[in-house]
Design a protein around this ligand. Structure first.
Ligand SMILES: [Zn+2]
Ligand SMILES: [Zn+2]
Length: 553
């Protein structure tokens, strides 16, 4: 509507209806007409639109607007930093209707010359276009998980005599999946290949396929696939080789022998047999990355990895006090219901006004409510926390007496993300040195496939956390998974604890803990080094000891 100069009053009425529908809990497709009409902002025309959406997945006004809008414009709208107003200007002034044309116009400097754009905006558009192109066809693990598991089940049902398993990035639990890979072991390979011609889910590309491989695209989603075919005899060796990363396969187990060589040397029935043949400690599949795990296995120093059931509480969560969807009580009761011993609530601090950050009076009000709820829900406990914005100069967001009222503080950067490595690192260092910081939140601010994080000097940051006994979070939101798993072992080696934090903005957000555990395990994370694997007694002691040390300083 903004693109097509619709009445601003009408636009605002859609926005306000959308806002209040999103704030509610219910699936709008499930609500009755009566229930819908009670939602603030939902008037007659919105009601009609929802009714039509239920019946035909569209509605006339939307169809008319889409008809007038080139497909490429919709794609351009997806690019970060380009709102409808700017897109409209590009369309009108330069006739740009595709990402390709936009890139050309940027590269020839035309975009910078438009009023309101400038060199900086043009550079950002180029960067974002490049980022988008390099990520086409890639998926977050969490977003593609169900598709791949369902397809595997279908394959197993279709190919009953064969062995079917997912291999590749997915089997290693990579945070980003760029290709789906299966290994199929069968007595008769050519009959399997024939069968694939009829499987609708797999769009075969004959020119890319070979005698032992089938390649193409998964029909339902934009994702490439490879099916590897082998005899039943070769299955265990092939499975190992296809699950591991190339770096892992190159890792040496003796002066003249790599894992890859060893795989080719003699057969084995399963992975465990392979490891015992070579006197290696068992390396879990997700760790087979070539990040030093083979050396650790040789020295029998591989750790016992963290499991989801080891987690005893959930830190870093939001409620309706700031930008969360569920109330403090709902968040607490659901956490308790899931069997956890404690919840850390850490709403946004006051500078984060876009996210409903808490003014000091609201902090007090929340802490009183927490005291009440703790009486009611005992022995379950809610810890009083805050996600304090790290301000431009690295300081935290409240005066010391307010900071001192919290049990724990997650310090995170949310603004002025455009920084060089020096500025970003020193800003984080200041926050880590602040005695009130308990946990460093999402250290790089990255959003996988959407936005690169600001660059930081990981070693310097982790060393400082070790010195000041600040834990680092592994933000378990599938978009973030930040701290990156590649730095987990270094952090543990320096004595820094990691905290698996879902950053939940609604009750269902707790489910993301799973993805934090997956990447933590990739990095070799143990229960002992996980902050929220501490029991209630232990973490209570941990928080209060830290606080006592502060007040003595
Ligand atoms: Zn945050
Ligand atoms: Zn948060």
């Amino acid at each position: 509507m903004e693109l097509h100069d619709e009445n601003t009053f009408k636009i605002r009425s859609y926005q306000s209806a959308l806002n209040s529908l999103e704030r509610g809990d219910a699936d709008i497709m499930e609500l009755s007409e009566d229930e819908l009409s009670k939602v603030p902002g939902v008037g007659k025309s919105i009601l009609e639109a929802i009714k039509s959406l239920k019946e035909s997945e569209s509605f006339p006004q939307l169809d008319q607007l889409l008809e007038k809008t080139p497909q490429g414009i919709l794609e351009i709208l997806q690019i970060k930093g380009l709102g409808p107003k700017k897109v409209k200007t590009l369309w009108e002034e330069l006739g740009i209707t595709s990402t390709h044309e936009l890139m050309e116009a940027c590269q020839s400097g035309k975009v910078a010359k438009i009023k309101g754009f400038g060199e900086k905006t043009q550079d950002t558009i180029i960067q974002n276009l490049e980022f988008k192109a390099s990520n086409a066809g890639k998926w977050l693990y969490a977003d593609i998980e169900e598709v791949l598991e369902n397809l595997t089940e279908k394959l197993e049902n279709e190919l009953k005599e064969s062995k079917v398993t997912l291999v590749g990035e997915y089997a290693r639990k990579m945070e980003i999946i760029s290709q789906a890979e299966w290994l199929i072991g069968a007595g008769n390979i050519s009959s399997i290949k024939k069968k694939f011609e009829d499987l609708e889910d797999f769009e075969m590309d004959a020119s890319q396929s070979g005698p032992f491989s089938i390649r193409g695209k998964v029909q339902a989603v934009d994702l490439k696939f490879t099916i590897h075919l082998c005899s039943l005899n070769d299955f265990p060796v092939k499975q190992y080789a296809l699950c591991a990363s190339p770096l892992h396969l190159q890792s040496k187990i003796s002066e003249n022998l790599s894992i890859g060589d060893a795989l080719r040397a003699n057969g084995f029935k399963n992975d465990s047999e392979f490891f015992s043949q070579h006197k290696l400690q068992y390396i879990p599949v997700e760790m087979r990355e070539g990040y030093g795990e083979v050396q650790l296995a040789l020295e029998e120093k591989l750790p016992d990895l963290l499991e989801e059931k080891d987690l005893k509480g959930i830190l870093h969560n939001h409620s309706t006090y700031s930008d969360g969807k569920h109330s403090l009580r709902q968040m607490a009761e659901y956490c308790k219901e899931l069997g956890y011993e404690y919840l850390g609530i850490s709403d946004h601090s006051r500078t984060a006004s876009y996210a409903g950050g808490l003014e000091i009076e609201k902090v007090q009000k929340q802490q009183e409510e927490i005291d009440q709820l703790n009486k009611e829900l005992a022995p379950f406990k809610i810890f009083k926390g805050i996600e304090s914005d790290i301000l431009g100069d690295g300081s935290l967001d409240y005066p010391d007496e307010v900071l001192g009222s919290f049990d724990f503080i997650v310090s995170s950067i949310h603004s002025i993300l455009n920084m060089d490595i020096k500025r970003a690192t020193s800003r984080l260092l200041a926050a880590i040195e602040n005695p009130y910081t308990t946990i460093l939140g999402h250290p790089t601010g990255r959003l996988l496939l959407r936005r690169e994080g600001y660059p930081i000097d990981h070693k310097t940051i982790i060393d400082a956390c070790a010195k000041h006994q600040v834990a680092i979070e592994i933000n378990a939101n599938p978009w973030r998974l930040d701290l990156d798993w590649r730095w987990v072992r270094y952090a543990m080696d320096q004595g820094v604890m990691l905290s698996i934090n879902p950053d939940a903005h609604e009750m269902d957000g707790y489910g993301d803990m799973k993805y934090g555990v997956l990447v933590g395990r990739k990095g070799g994370l143990t229960k002992e080094m996980t902050l929220n694997a501490l029991s209630l007694d232990e973490i209570e002691h941990y928080f209060s000891k830290r606080k006592k040390e502060l007040t003595q300083k």
